[in-house]
Design a protein around this ligand. Structure first.
Ligand SMILES: C[S@@+](CC[C@H](N)C(=O)[O-])C[C@H]1O[C@@H](n2cnc3c(N)ncnc32)[C@H](O)[C@@H]1O
Length: 343
């Protein structure tokens, strides 16, 4: 009604504009994906360029590149200099494929259709309580990821890049035993295990993941030579014996029954006095922003998993014959939930 609309106060207008801007915000990751795919940032590694130079080197449309850079500059990722050339800011540097802790594979994984498209079906997920993945892709997430080597490498390299920036501080947050075997269950390409073995020099490490994943491991590093082995397998079927199990960013992929199977397999194989370290986000109470609240919704739309609270972890562990002994903060978005035998 026109009279009511004109009666809106400044606060109403601001609230409406805020929600409209929220609805528009999906264009940012779309733009981020486009520049990551076309390698735009890599061409700025040696300094700023004009849009024409940059478009020529990246092989992209000049005017559309200008518009894309202008959008991402509002997020501080690129910057336009006074002479009209464009450069990468400090925050934009990890877009480069050769940056020390590159974010590029993680950006490509997070914005790939296997994670992105199910979020577009969130209304159905909300109504019916089941993930949209199988309707869209005809199979469960990890089968889809493993459908060919290229898809698998893209996902697992993306996951490795997602984890690389957090692995060292997490490894440094825990007082690992002086000797024994540590197994990373669902450890991907081994980035976390590598950091643990670097710090805990008396430990032997085992990397357990699907055969096609461990085949692309990154453990061939002089510093840890002779102290690791691969254990290609299925953590739902069997987990070999070890003293310390690490289960990082794995339980959040699965529903409670599936988690109890994984943890139960660790419990059964665990050496006397052993422990399980669940490394995952522990969702805090309240409405503060937390990366895990966004990841949780990705998991809700695309997988069977969820992010969990401390009480939810305690229940899962108990159901698997374990007991939560403490939650250790790591200075990253993840915590270490330590568990020992429940009896
Ligand atoms: C979200 S990734 C986490 C990888 C790694 N732990 C990290 O923090 O980066 C989940 C891992 O679980 C592995 N995975 C999924 N199903 C598995 C199964 N049945 N047996 C063994 N590993 C599995 C995947 O291959 C993947 O590497």
């Amino acid at each position: 009604m026109p009279s009511e609309i004109s009666g809106m106060n400044a606060g109403d207008r601001e609230a409406t504009r805020f929600l409209i801007d929220e609805a528009l915000s999906y264009v940012y990751p779309a733009a981020l994906r486009a520049v990551a795919m076309t390698g735009v940032a890599d061409h700025l590694a040696n300094g700023p360029l004009t849009v024409a130079e940059l478009a020529g080197r990246a092989g992209v449309h000049e005017d559309n590149l200008r518009r894309t850079l202008r959008l991402l500059a509002t997020r501080g990722i690129f910057e336009e200099l006074a002479d009209g050339r464009w450069g990468l800011t400090a925050i934009g540097q990890p877009l480069r494929a050769d940056a020390p802790l590159t974010a590029r594979p993680a950006i490509l994984m997070l914005t790939e259709r296997s994670l992105w498209q199910p979020t577009g079906e969130m209304e159905q997920v909300l109504r019916h309580g089941v993930s949209a993945f199988e309707d869209l892709f005809g199979m469960p997430f990890f089968e889809y990821v493993a459908r060919d080597q290229q898809a698998a490498t893209a996902f697992h390299s993306g996951m490795a890049a997602f984890s690389d920036q957090e692995n060292a501080p997490i490894a440094a947050s825990y007082d690992f035993p002086a000797a024994g075997t540590v197994m990373d269950v669902g450890g991907g390409q081994g980035g976390f295990l590598l950091e643990v073995l670097r710090l805990a020099t008396g430990l032997e490490g085992v990397l357990l993941d699907a055969p096609h994943v461990v085949a692309e491991h990154r453990l061939d590093v002089d510093e840890v030579k002779g102290r690791w082995r691969l254990s290609p397998g299925d953590f739902f079927t069997e987990v070999p014996a070890a003293d310390v199990y690490m289960v990082k960013r794995v339980l959040h992929d699965w529903d409670d029954d599936q988690c109890v199977r994984i943890l139960g397999n660790c419990r059964r194989a665990m050496a006397a006095g052993g422990r399980v370290l669940v490394v995952d986000a522990v969702i805090p109470a309240g409405s503060e922003p937390h990366q895990a609240k966004a990841v949780d919704v990705l998991l809700m739309t695309g997988l069977t998993g969820r992010e969990r609270t401390e009480a939810e972890f305690a229940r899962l562990l108990e159901a698997a014959g374990l007991r939560l002994s403490r939650v250790i903060p790591t200075g990253t978005v993840l915590s270490i939930v330590e568990a020992t035998a429940g009896d």
